[in-house]
Design a protein. Structure first.
Length: 276
């Protein structure tokens, strides 16, 4: 089976504040995917786009002829005239059209959107704020500390790094990608979408130069996988996108940032255990 990852950071959009955390997200995603626990993706399977034009981003998706596509976006987003959009170099683009394009070119895909979903106050739009969908969200929220909502700003500790995990001997290393792909082959078809916050909400980031952490949600997903791998005593177990999503709540310390996942019944491989 063939797979492709498109990592998009739109940190320098004209007229909007710079997002250093988004740039760090791109680095962290690539490092995670190419690590053993991330599935041992090759560099040829990963495409990074830095504040791309709309056409560049859409062409990257359209050119993918793979069995699985992983798309991660970090940057500005919002709701304009009842449409959820992401902000690219030359304008805003509706997320629903991106999702349609993805499913038109691959049968299995994950879309991670680490951006705000706030309403453009200059446009007269009425929406209903989404409520948490999972019991696990309420449990995770009880672990959070009160704090202000920051639109991709704040302080965050990335904690342990991928490189700290003791890998299997090199003779076994080629098995991480095949085992990951074997698991993918048994997954149902469809598109998983993970949102960094609920509709109408804001997504935070660590913009500091000294920290390796980026967007709160991206950082939380990766940290969840690393923690799971550290606690796992059997090699080649698969950690799904849904499991990473649920576990991510313990690392998001803003009770007002509530990630969402859809559809609930679908999941794809996110990480693979490396213990021996």
């Amino acid at each position: 089976m063939r797979r492709k990852a498109i990592i998009v950071e739109a940190s320098r959009v004209h007229g909007l504040n710079d997002l250093n955390g988004a740039r760090k997200d791109a680095v962290n995603w690539s490092n995670f995917l190419m690590s053993d626990v991330g599935g041992d993706w090759s560099s040829s399977e990963i495409l990074e786009l830095h504040t791309p034009q709309m056409s560049e981003f859409l062409d990257a998706i359209s050119c993918c002829s793979v069995d699985y596509l992983f798309v991660a976006f970090s940057g500005h987003g919002g709701i304009e005239r009842e449409q959820e959009v992401i902000c690219l170099a030359n304008g805003d683009y509706p997320i629903n059209l991106i999702k349609k394009l993805i499913v038109a070119h691959t049968s299995k895909a994950t879309l991670v959107l680490d951006c705000c979903r706030s309403i453009d106050e200059n446009v007269d739009v009425k929406i209903e704020r989404s409520l948490p969908k999972f019991e696990s969200q309420d449990r995770a929220r009880s672990m959070h500390h009160d704090g202000p909502v920051c639109c991709r700003t704040g302080a965050y500790s990335f904690g342990e790094q991928v490189e700290k995990r003791i890998p299997l001997p090199s003779i076994d290393k080629p098995m991480f990608a095949p085992k990951w792909l074997d698991s993918l082959s048994s997954c149902d078809e469809g598109l998983v979408t993970m949102w960094a916050c609920s509709r109408g909400g804001s997504a935070g980031e660590d913009s500091s130069e000294t920290s390796k952490a980026g967007g709160y949600f991206t950082t939380a997903l990766i940290k969840a996988a690393l923690k799971w791998n550290k606690q796992t005593t059997t090699p080649y177990l698969i950690y799904s996108t849904f499991e990473a999503f649920v576990s991510s709540f313990q690392f998001i310390h803003d009770p007002q940032q509530i990630p969402e996942y859809e559809p609930e019944w679908l999941a794809f491989p996110f990480a693979i255990s490396t213990y021996k």
